[in-house]
Design a protein around this ligand. Structure first.
Ligand SMILES: Nc1ncnc2c1ncn2[C@@H]1O[C@H](COP(=O)(O)OP(=O)(O)OP(=O)(O)O)[C@@H](O)[C@H]1O
Ligand SMILES: O=P(O)(O)OC[C@H]1O[C@H](OP(=O)(O)OP(=O)(O)O)[C@H](O)[C@@H]1O
Ligand SMILES: O=C(O)c1cccnc1
Length: 491
């Protein structure tokens, strides 16, 4: 049954101001002017050294269903701001933009375009809100998950966050983003079904409370399941929880696959060591100790420092809500617009805050890897779209803020980050499976020096402008300032 709130498409999932602008463009005959917008974030989340890009599949799903249906038109008509001509134009709307984007699982950095839209101005404007909404959230969560996985190293990490996520979509797409970021499975069954992510689950305190006795509860569970992980902290972990788990494991022997026990409270370093001793003494040296309870990368690192005997990590709230930084600030800025004579004019947004001045022009991002350094990344090189660093034998890279920090790289490879996803409204990109994306993320991380990967005070990865783009930006800043100085408002 369809509920009142279920919609087949997200076309009206846009800020009203986008429609306001579209109306002005349409009324003034500017709606079909060619425009280019680019999406980038200014600061890496969690002070991490990199971000993991995610969200493209959801963006594609959104764009594939982008249309104004009768109920949308009716709603806008009732609202009363737009005339019938505009509503008729919306009704006939078909998406025809070209989109270039990083691929999910790509490592991306601040200040570089990760998503680019080119096409009729009004269309570019419409999709801003949804694109940012999706990419900001999923990239944030994939990056948080990558930080957590980083400290867990080869230990399995399970995603437990659905009950604490910011509602349903965040739980589902957040599970997927966590898997892309490096988690190994999710407890969310629908996420497993929708995205083909491995699912996993133990049991909660309620099972033990139902039997009012750990031994009876574990026995009942063992009678009804082959794989068994017993939650041992409902009443007393060391006095009754672990002894009951061991008793049931011994009684059932090969009839069950006793995988281990889960602890969910108390001093996890102390308790895990004691639990390990008990399990080993009973002969269950392969049984794993699972831990959950408000864990994040900092607590996990600390627990590892204390030599806690934890093998599997269950992570909920802190990951799925990106607890320490609940939003990524990617923005969507116009970089070029067609003028009345049909020429593309690059454009920028000035700001008193130097870090907020945008870089004009349609661009490409090149990942520069050094053949001599085992294909490790030297940095990212942002060029104007028609530049191709592969045509040269060496590449000059410099910091655009401190230009004396520079280097010339020879024997390099330049790999374009922005790939064609849509060409003139047609999807030309084969969406990879989530497993492929996860593997791709892992291989991308291999090409990053460890100095950028540590979770505390990582080195800053170079994201440089080409000489041509740098001069272009300086020229435009100068030009816009001059133009403003020459304007006399009110004349
Ligand atoms: N040895 C440890 N070192 C550092 N942090 C720990 C250690 N043991 C547990 N923690 C963390 O400290 C916090 C303790 O939380 P809290 O005191 O609420 O747990 P609890 O009272 O034992 O369990 P709960 O309230 O969930 O029943 C959790 O985030 C947990 O992951
Ligand atoms: O702690 P998180 O990282 O968010 O992981 C998810 C939590 O969900 C469950 O607890 P539950 O909601 O049943 O309550 P609890 O906190 O009292 O254990 C589980 O036992 C974890 O503690
Ligand atoms: O499977 C579990 O142990 C689990 C799932 C969700 C939340 N907490 C624990």
């Amino acid at each position: 049954m369809m509920t009142k709130y279920q919609d087949e498409h997200l076309t009206l999932h846009t800020d009203y101001y986008e429609l306001n602008m579209m109306y002005t463009y349409w009324k003034k005959g500017l709606h079909n002017r060619n425009a280019v917008f680019e999406c980038y974030f200014r600061k890496l989340p969690f002070d991490n050294g990199f971000a993991i890009y995610a969200g493209l599949e959801h963006v594609v799903d959104y764009l594939e269903n982008l249309k104004f249906d009768d109920s949308d038109i009716e709603y806008l008509r009732e609202y009363g701001e737009f005339d019938e001509g505009f509503l008729a134009w919306l009704k006939d709307f078909t998406f025809s933009c070209t989109i270039r984007s990083a691929q999910e699982g790509d490592i991306v950095f601040n200040e570089e375009p990760i998503f680019q839209v080119e096409g009729p101005l009004a269309q570019c404007q419409l999709i801003e809100t949804a694109v940012l909404n999706i990419v900001n959230f999923q990239t944030l969560i994939a990056t948080k998950a990558a930080r957590i996985k980083n400290v867990c190293e080869d230990d399995p990490v399970l995603e437990f966050g659905s009950r604490r996520a910011q509602e349903v979509d965040a739980a589902l797409w957040g599970s997927r983003a966590s898997y892309i970021g490096g988690f190994d499975a999710t407890s969310n069954v629908l996420a497993g079904k929708l995205f083909s992510i491995p699912i996993s689950g133990t049991h909660a305190h309620a099972l033990v409370q139902t039997y009012r006795n750990e031994y009876e509860a574990f026995k009942a569970y063992a009678e009804t399941h082959r794989d068994c992980v017993f939650l041992v902290d409902t009443f007393d972990t060391l006095k009754s929880g672990v002894p009951s788990a061991i008793k049931v494991a011994k009684e059932f022997g090969d009839k069950i696959n006793f995988q281990g026990v889960r602890i969910d409270s108390g001093d996890m370093a102390y308790i895990s060591k004691r639990v390990r001793e008990e399990l080993d003494e009973a002969g269950f040296t392969d049984a794993k100790i699972y831990a959950s309870n408000d864990l994040d990368e900092k607590t996990i690192l600390n627990l590892k420092m204390q030599h806690a005997k934890i093998d599997v990590w269950g992570i909920g709230t802190k990951n799925i809500t990106a607890f320490d930084q609940p939003a990524l600030g990617a923005v969507y800025k116009m970089v070029s617009i067609e003028d009345e004579r049909g020429n593309m004019m690059d454009t920028l947004k000035l700001s008193n805050n130097a870090s907020k001045i945008s870089t004009p022009g349609k661009k490409q991002v090149w990942r520069i890897t050094n053949n001599k350094e085992n294909d490790k990344s030297e940095g990212d090189y942002i060029s104007l779209f028609d530049e191709d660093p592969r045509e040269h034998n060496s590449i000059y890279m410099f910091n655009s803020q401190y230009t004396y920090i520079n280097k010339t790289v020879e024997d390099f490879q330049a790999i374009p980050l922005l790939k064609d996803i849509y060409v003139n409204g047609k999807l030309v990109y084969d969406l990879p499976t989530v497993q492929e994306i996860r593997d791709y993320r892992a291989s991308n991380l291999d090409s990053l020096w460890d100095e950028y990967k540590r979770i505390l005070n990582p080195q800053i990865y170079p994201v440089d402008l080409s000489s041509k783009l740098y001069s272009h930006k300086m020229r435009y800043i100068e030009k816009v300032r001059n133009d403003i100085n020459n304007i006399k408002v009110g004349e």
